[in-house]
Design a binder for this molecule. Structure first.
Ligand code: HEC
Length: 270
């Protein structure tokens, strides 16, 4: 059970922290070194005898890193729920829609602010009528790639996950699926949006379709960065210090015992 909670994200975070640490160290030491010699201060023996850093084999590093880390894609596809611009537009509106909460005051964005890294920065989330749940909100960024949703993995994907909070009594607190549908049907603007997102369906405003649209929106909430650019072949994407940090990370064996995690990472990459 513990292991099933270990997420691919953990590994990425670890690497991120290490890269930051490497960058930070360089920042902390580099400028001071320079200042000292600029002022003509005697360089320390350690600095004088410092061996030149061995040249880094970038291609070898990349191929080693590729055996460990996945690369963030631009979107997380799901053949059962293809991402279309129409679905994403609708999903974005529903993500910010307070009228599908009992109080008409909350929305997905209350606990997963996209301007606050996809979380609410609370120890546990505050839902309907100020009630606190028992867990804090994980980020929605890159969540669609996870092999399971929620801290305990009880939903298989973002499509299934999106239905949970709407009906959860301490979150959005809607009493039933039909009640959500009737709220949506009462808002004239949603008719054409659902019809465009689910073409050919006679009665497109359904609870399932609302969840699918939200999920399609989430499938595009990806945050590829310089590390992913590097993994995709751009040698210039990371600073020399970051590359050195990555080299240290993969050489030190931080990940040697994580063949289980590695399998999960590739599962999450699918
Ligand atoms: C009241 C706060 C609150 C609201 C509103 C809320 N969430 Fe969450 N969300 C949470 C919490 C807390 C968890 C973790 C719960 C758990 O693991 O049992 C969570 C988990 C998730 C996850 C799982 C991420 C992962 O990595 O496992 C996703 C995705 C998500 N929410 C999306 C949504 C969407 C979409 C909506 C709107 C339909 C929504 N949330 C509304 C608080 C909230």
């Amino acid at each position: 059970m513990m292991h099933s909670m270990l997420k691919a994200r953990t590994l990425r975070r670890l690497a991120g922290a290490l890269l930051l640490a490497a960058g930070g160290l360089a920042l902390a030491c580099g400028p001071n070194e320079e200042k000292k010699s600029a002022q003509g201060a005697a360089p320390t023996a350690a600095a004088e005898n410092k061996p030149a850093a061995p040249a880094l084999d970038v291609a070898a590093l990349r191929s080693k890193a590729k055996g460990i880390f996945g690369v963030l894609p631009a979107e997380a596809p799901n053949p059962a729920n293809p991402v279309t611009p129409e679905k994403v537009t609708l999903g974005r509106m529903l993500f910010y829609e307070p009228r599908i909460t009992l109080s008409r005051k909350l929305s997905c964005s209350s606990c997963h602010g996209l301007d606050t890294y996809g979380v609410d920065n609370q120890p546990t989330s505050v839902g309907h009528e100020g009630q606190r749940g028992e867990r804090n909100s994980p980020t929605v960024y890159n969540a669609a790639l996870e092999f399971a949703q929620f801290w305990d993995g009880r939903a298989p994907d973002v499509e299934a996950q999106a239905k949970g909070p709407v009906l959860n009594p301490v979150e959005m607190a809607m009493p039933s699926e039909p009640e959500v549908v009737s709220r949506l049907k009462a808002i004239p603007g949603y008719g054409p949006l659902f019809a465009a997102a689910f073409p050919g369906e006679a009665d497109p405003i359904t609870f399932d379709n609302a969840a699918k649209a939200i999920a399609a929106f989430e499938r595009k909430l990806m945050t590829p960065g310089p590390f992913d650019d590097f993994m995709n072949g751009n040698d210039q994407a990371m600073t020399p210090e970051q590359l050195a940090g990555l080299q240290t990370f993969v050489d030190t064996g931080c990940i040697t015992s994580s063949s289980r995690t590695r399998r999960r990472t590739s599962a999450a990459r699918r």
